[in-house]
Design a binder for this molecule. Structure first.
Ligand code: BMA
Length: 390
C-alpha cells in the first residue's frame, strides 16, 4: 500500500508540472458522470487549486455570529479579516423531520437564501447532515443500532427513503441566477469512525456503514437525479492510529466510485482539550495526518480537504498562524490540501454559559492573528477566489 501510494503520488507530482497533465485534469470527472457543467467545473477547479491555494471555510457563517443573529450582510469572518470565507458550510439536521429550522435554529428558508448569496459571490457550498435517529426519535448522538434496520429490504428502510426525499427537495431548490443547480459538496454520515453518532463505530458494523453510504449516493444520483453533488468522506482523526494513518483512514471507506473528496476532520492535533500529548507531538501528528491524507488523495486521483477543524474558543490567540498555518505550510504535501473548514460560532446568548466558536469574532483577542492568516498568500478567502464554476 505504501509503495503504491508513494509511487503513484510521485508520478502525479511529476505529471502535474506538464501541460499534458492539465489536459488530463480537465478531462476528469467526479463520480457522477452526469454532473452538471458547473459541478464538473467545480471538481476540476478544486483539483487545479491543489498546490496553489488553500480555501478557508466557516460553518453557518452568514446565519449568525458570536454576538448577532440573522443580520443581513454580517459575518464574523468578514468582520475579523475583511472578507467572507471561500467555503460556506451548512447542516441539514432536522430537515428530515420536516422542521422549519435546523438543529442549531437556522431557518431552512433563510439557509437556502444564504446558500444562494454565497454562491452568487463565487463561494463554494458544503453541506453536512446531523441526521436524527431514524427509529428512536433521538438525535444523531443516540447510540442505538439503526443502520442495519434502514438498509434496503429492512423494516425501517422507508425511513431512510423519506429522509433522502426531504434532502432532494431541499437540494432541488438551490438554484443560481441562470436557473442552474448550485454545486454542493455533500458530506454525509461524517466522523463514522468515531463512537458518538448512530452511524458510527461501535453502534454500526463497518459493512453496514458502507452499504448505507453506497445506497445513499446511488439513490440521490440515480433515483432523485441530483447532478449537482460532489461527495466528501470524512473520518475523525481522534480515532485513528497516527502510526498507521493510511490503514485506519480506510475503515468504512465506501470505494473510489463513491467518493470525490478525501476529507478529514481533525480537531485532535490542533489543541483539542482531551489530547494530552506534547505540543511538539501534536504538531508532528498534524503534519503526518495531512501529509498522508494528501498522499491518499493523490494515489486515488481525488481531492484532499480538511473538512472540519478549529480550536473551540480560540484560547490560543495565535492559533491561526502558529498551529494551523505552520502545520499546513510544512511540506509539499501539506500545502496541497484544497480547503480547511472551521466549525460554527455559536451565538453566545443562545448557546449559554460556555463559549463555543471556531472563527475569530472581531472583538476577540485572536482576530488580528486571523487577519494575519488571511493575509498569507496561500490561504484564500472569498475575495481571492478564481471562478470556481467555469
Ligand atoms: C456540534 C456542536 C453542536 C451543534 C452540532 C451541529 O459540533 O457545534 O452545538 O449542534 O455541531 O451543528
Amino acid at each position: 500500500m505504501f509503495y503504491k501510494v508513494f509511487s503513484i503520488s510521485l508520478i502525479f507530482v511529476i505529471a502535474s508540472c506538464t501541460p499534458e497533465s492539465q489536459i488530463l485534469v480537465e478531462n476528469e470527472l467526479p463520480i457522477n458522470k452526469n454532473a452538471t457543467e458547473e459541478t464538473k467545473a467545480l471538481y476540476i477547479n478544486l483539483k487545479k487549486l491543489s498546490g496553489t491555494g488553500v480555501m478557508f471555510g466557516h460553518q453557518d457563517d452568514l446565519a449568525y455570529g458570536y454576538s448577532w443573529w440573522a443580520e443581513p450582510g454580517r459575518s464574523d469572518v468578514k468582520e475579523s479579516t475583511g472578507s467572507y470565507p471561500a467555503i460556506y458550510g451548512w447542516d441539514l439536521g432536522d430537515l428530515e423531520l420536516k422542521k422549519t429550522s435546523n438543529l442549531d435554529d437556522v431557518e431552512f428558508h433563510n439557509m437556502k437564501n444564504w446558500i444562494k448569496e454565497g454562491y452568487d459571490r463565487g463561494g463554494v457550498i458544503t453541506i453536512s447532515w446531523h441526521m436524527n435517529h431514524p427509529i428512536t426519535q433521538g438525535n444523531s448522538w443516540d447510540k442505538v443500532s439503526a443502520v442495519k434496520e434502514i438498509l434496503p429490504g429492512q423494516l425501517n428502510h422507508n425511513k431512510l427513503i423519506n429522509y433522502l426525499d426531504e434532502f432532494a427537495l431541499f437540494i432541488n431548490d438551490l438554484k443560481g441566477k441562470n436557473g442552474e443547480q448550485i454545486p454542493i459538496i455533500f458530506r454525509p454520515f461524517h466522523e463514522h469512525n468515531g463512537d458518538w453518532f448512530w452511524w458510527g463505530k461501535g453502534v454500526t458494523e463497518e459493512a453496514d456503514y458502507i452499504t448505507l453510504w453506497r445506497f445513499t449516493i446511488d439513490y440521490l444520483k440515480d433515483q432523485k437525479k441530483l447532478n449537482n453533488l460532489l461527495y466528501a468522506y470524512s473520518p475523525d482523526r481522534s480515532r485513528m492510529n497516527i502510526n498507521n494513518f493510511t490503514e485506519s483512514y480506510f475503515y468504512g471507506y465506501p470505494g473510489d466510485e463513491y467518493v470525490d473528496i478525501i476529507g478529514l476532520d481533525n480537531y485532535w492535533d490542533l489543541g483539542h482539550p482531551n489530547n494530552t500529548t506534547s505540543d511538539k507531538d501534536k504538531k508532528s501528528d498534524f503534519i503526518k495526518s495531512i501529509t498522508e491524507l494528501v498522499q491518499i488523495a493523490d494515489s486515488l486521483g481525488k481531492i484532499p480537504a480538511l473538512t472540519e477543524t478549529g480550536l473551540d474558543g480560540l484560547h490560543n490567540f495565535k492559533w491561526w498562524t502558529e498551529i494551523l498555518a505552520e502545520g499546513l505550510l510544512e511540506n509539499l504535501h501539506t500545502k496541497r490540501i484544497v480547503y480547511v473548514h472551521t466549525w460554527r460560532n455559536a451565538n453566545a446568548e443562545k448557546y449559554g454559559s460556555k463559549d463555543h466558536f471556531f472563527a475569530s469574532h472581531p472583538n476577540h483577542a485572536s482576530a488580528s492573528n486571523m487577519k494575519k492568516f488571511r493575509d498569507m498568500e496561500i490561504f484564500l478567502f472569498e475575495d481571492e477566489l478564481p471562478d470556481m464554476y467555469k
